[in-house]
Design a protein around this ligand. Structure first.
Ligand code: GLN
Length: 485
């Protein structure tokens, strides 16, 4: 069962060949037996999962099932889950049990899905390797057989590793600068960052609120579409969520791609990309030509400024968002504070890890009087130029294609002492968040036995088209079905 997709598991349940309780127990047993190798889960919520499975079986018996009723999945530990600890990868929230559900959590519950637990992540979603988690690094299931421990990418590395290792068929992720797409690429799975405002951020612990967006991580584009059917939609509890009709994302998966106009941003095929990676990405694009698409070069002249702008804007927003973790209302509080100031300073010094502190310092500096205009305001102006580049490109083409990451999964410890080399992991993904447009990562090849992702970037609210393009590719290739040894 663990090799089946969400769509297949849904059909198994529908046919009555297996009950949700049986399926859930199988997945839980496998998860408990295997996850020691990957550390992809922070919390396994066995009791709640079995209760949800029993309820799902009853719903199905009553003829009230949806595609998700009784299907197991997992949440990134950034989504609040009522009664289940939600840590965001931080010591700060080690004992935080939310008294409410995130809207995304509530949506999966309403669809009858069975949440097995909460997946590991970089602390407060800051990172590209899952090494900044207070709960330990996650190991990529790929490359393990050669004795190397490789990173799964980040920050949704637990979700990506768990899906790749077949511990769950699908998991939620969030993407502020690449955190769905880059781990999906490094673990050989399919991930989608939706348009900013398509998926509610209510109850999703904030990192950089103008960039954060939740989305699906699964093995196939079809499963990602099934997840989007549950995740997307207007939510009055998130003031940036957009009130716009949600299509059935599975309905257009089989549209032919003949005539699809693909643009290749020349700035994304630069010398930052290794030749072996470039070859895999170009092979994938040739598959699209065989499916009837046309390809032309386009330019995103301001893309080279994206990392610099992001590493002002994201830390600035983070420094404000994380000010709430002060020992008063949430989570960790230092022992025996002498006075209020001592409590604030020691709580934050002890509760946050190195990378989070680095971001808070950078963000506070960029927002301070005297530097606001030079850094924050300037970065916002650059952001607008980057957005305009994409708007211009989509006047000429339907989608853009590029690599997701400059290299395949790197070794644990290789980059975590050099923050800038870690930040450069997102050189092909970050501009998309600044512009607010959607993009996918689709398994598209192997380099040295490690997965390579193809990035498909679309105009605002073009998720259905991206999923269609990914699904058609998956009908003629089998990269998404490859298993780590
Ligand atoms: N790697 C980027 C960062 O560290 C993006 C993280 C994310 O998308 N959450 O900020």
């Amino acid at each position: 069962m663990h090799n089946k997709s969400v769509a297949e598991l849904s059909r198994e349940l529908e046919s009555g060949k297996v009950s949700s309780v049986e399926l859930t127990q199988q997945f839980l047993d496998r998860l408990k037996a295997e996850d020691g190798k990957y550390n992809s889960f922070i919390t396994i919520s066995e009791e709640q999962a079995l209760a949800e499975a029993r309820a799902a079986d009853e719903l199905r018996a009553a003829g009230k099932a949806t595609a998700w009723t009784g299907v197991p999945f997992a949440h990134k530990d950034i989504f609040c889950t009522n009664g289940i600890r939600t840590t965001c990868g931080s010591k700060m929230l080690e004992n935080f049990v939310p008294p409410y559900d995130a809207t995304v959590t509530a949506n999966f519950k309403a669809a009858g899905a069975v949440c097995l637990g909460k997946t590991n992540m970089d602390e407060f979603a800051m990172g590209s390797s899952n090494e900044s988690s207070f709960y330990g690094a996650v190991t990529n299931p790929w490359g393990l057989s050669s004795g190397d421990k490789r990173v799964p990418g980040g920050s949704s590395g637990g979700s990506a590793a768990a899906v790749a290792a077949r511990l769950v068929p699908a998991a939620t992720g969030t993407d502020t600068g690449g955190s769905i797409r880059q781990p999906a690429a490094l673990c050989g799975i399919t991930g989608l960052k939706p348009t900013y405002g398509r998926v509610s951020r209510y109850g999703m612990i904030a990192f950089a609120s103008s960039l954060d967006q939740g989305g699906p991580m699964a093995r196939t584009a079809e499963d990602a579409a099934l997840m989007m059917n549950v995740m997307a939609g207007y939510d009055p509890k998130d003031s940036t969520c957009i009130d716009r009709e949600v299509p059935d994302y599975t309905a257009t998966l089989n549209e032919p791609l003949k005539g699809l106009k693909i643009g290749l941003p020349k700035e994304y095929f630069s010398d930052q990309l290794s030749p072996a990676m470039e070859e895999q990405v170009r092979n994938a694009i040739r598959e699209y030509e065989k499916l009837g698409a046309t390809v032309k070069e386009v330019s995103l002249p301001n893309a080279r400024l994206a990392i610099a702008a992001y590493y002002v804007i994201a830390p600035a927003e983070a420094s404000a968002n994380l000010s709430r973790f002060d020992g008063v209302r949430y989570g960790y509080r230092c022992e025996d504070p002498k006075d209020l100031m001592d409590m604030y300073t020691r709580t934050r010094a002890e509760g946050f890890g190195t990378e989070v502190k680095r971001r808070i310092l950078v963000g506070t500096y960029a927002l301070s009087a005297g530097y606001f205009d030079a850094y924050y305001l300037k970065a916002q102006k650059v952001r607008r130029l980057i957005q305009q580049d994409f708007i211009n490109a989509f006047k000429e083409v339907d989608v853009l294609m590029s690599p997701v990451s400059p290299t395949p999964a790197f070794k644990q410890g290789e980059k975590n002492t050099d923050p800038v080399s870690m930040y450069l992991e997102d050189v092909f993904t970050i501009a998309i968040n600044l512009a607010g447009i959607p993009a996918m990562s689709v398994p598209a090849g192997l380099v040295d036995g490690l997965p390579v992702g193809l990035q498909i970037i679309g105009d605002y609210f073009s998720e259905a088209r991206l999923l269609n393009a990914a699904h058609q590719f998956q009908q003629v290739t089998d990269w998404h079905q490859r298993e780590p040894q």
